[in-house]
Design a protein around this ligand. Structure first.
Ligand code: ADP
Length: 239
């Protein structure tokens, strides 16, 4: 795992509203970075522009030497960037394993048939759903849905993972499981951009935090320094 994710002056407008304004930052390989900020500060819009779900109005996103700025989500996935969604959105008529296999068809390499089944099983085992590929998605409880969502993201064999409030809604013991899973990925060298409101998770996982407020980056640095800055505290409390 060795690619850098770089955002240069990313810009997004919705009508008259500037949702993201000249956002620039770089994630080095293996970094786990928190992207924080109050509701409406532009975090999800940034994630959507990186993953190709939303076109940007200006700026550039590069992965290694490759410009992925205008790419559609399936092509972004092929360049090693995957994401989870805030709301788990499984295809309910497919089994757990089929949901994961569907993502396999969009990764760096395409897998079909037996190979796809084996790889899906490997990803399910990694997230703690070993042997549960044939279950109906509707059987899964909340943490298991989150696990499946993670397995789907990992199926494209990403080097960079965008987690959009993936830990939200978990109870304390589930949260610990979720944090451990991200730690495990971190141990494997995964680069992670974590949009998260749960500060316990941010402190446990992120050595660096980037804070946004009304579309702009207002702080970027080591977590302890950033999270104690008066401007950051004020942004969270509102002014
Ligand atoms: P965050 O993820 O930090 O809560 P968002 O990126 O969701 O913030 O939103 C940033 C701003 O852009 C907000 O003011 C929001 O209302 C606005 N916004 C987001 N998506 C759209 C959209 N599709 N159309 C219009 N406005 C949007």
């Amino acid at each position: 795992m060795s690619v850098t994710l770089q955002l240069n002056n990313l810009h997004k407008r919705f009508g008259g509203l500037v949702a993201v304004k000249d956002v620039s930052f770089t994630l080095s390989p293996g970094e786990v970075v928190g992207l924080l900020g109050p509701n409406g500060s532009g975090k999800t819009t940034v994630m959507n522009m990186i993953s190709g779900a939303l076109p940007c109005d200006g700026g550039r996103v590069t992965v290694g030497a490759k410009d992925i700025t205008r790419m559609k989500p399936h092509r972004v996935a092929k360049h090693g960037v995957a994401r989870t969604f805030q709301l788990v959105r499984p295809l309910p008529t497919l089994t757990v394993g089929e949901n994961v296999m569907l993502s396999l068809a969009f990764g760096h390499k395409r897998y079909w048939g037996r190979q796809a089944r084996d790889l899906a099983e490997e990803k399910l085992a990694f997230v703690g759903l070993e042997g549960r590929g044939d279950e109906e998605v509707s059987n899964l409880n909340y943490i298991d849905q989150k696990r499946m969502e993670m397995a789907r993201a990992l199926a494209s064999e990403p080097e960079i993972l965008l987690l959009d409030e993936w830990l939200a809604g978990l109870n304390p013991s589930e949260l610990k499981i979720g944090i451990d899973l991200v730690r495990h990925l971190q141990g494997q060298g995964m680069t992670v951009l974590l949009v998260e409101h749960i500060m316990e998770a941010v402190r446990a996982l992120c050595s660096r935090c980037i804070v946004m407020r009304t579309g702009e980056v207002i702080a970027d640095g080591p977590s302890e320094e950033v999270l104690s800055q008066p401007a950051v505290i004020k942004a969270y409390l509102g002014d």
